[in-house]
Design a protein around this ligand. Sequence first.
Ligand SMILES: [Zn+2]
Length: 102
Amino acid sequence: MSIEGVIREEAQKIAAELKGRAPELQEEYLEAKARADNLKAQFDAANVALERVADFKPNIEGLYQCPSCWVKQNQQASMIRRQIENKDDSFRCSRCGHITKI
Ligand SMILES: [Zn+2]
């Protein structure tokens, strides 16, 4: 085989090895992207949290509102009262599960 042929064969082996890693790399990339998207959403929420809290309405039409859903995601969500015997009153968000003890 010519020198060029040997080098070409080596290039094909390298390409085949890299191609073989493509599915693993794609999975890693998608996981990293999902994590980056999640961090970006948290970063954005952190930056606007104080602006959002200024607009928060704890009670809308008689329904107590979840502070977590509003501040973190700009979403209105009502909370359901949970009254347990001899324990503190609390409210649980129907959307995210956040609990506010009274
Ligand atoms: Zn909530």
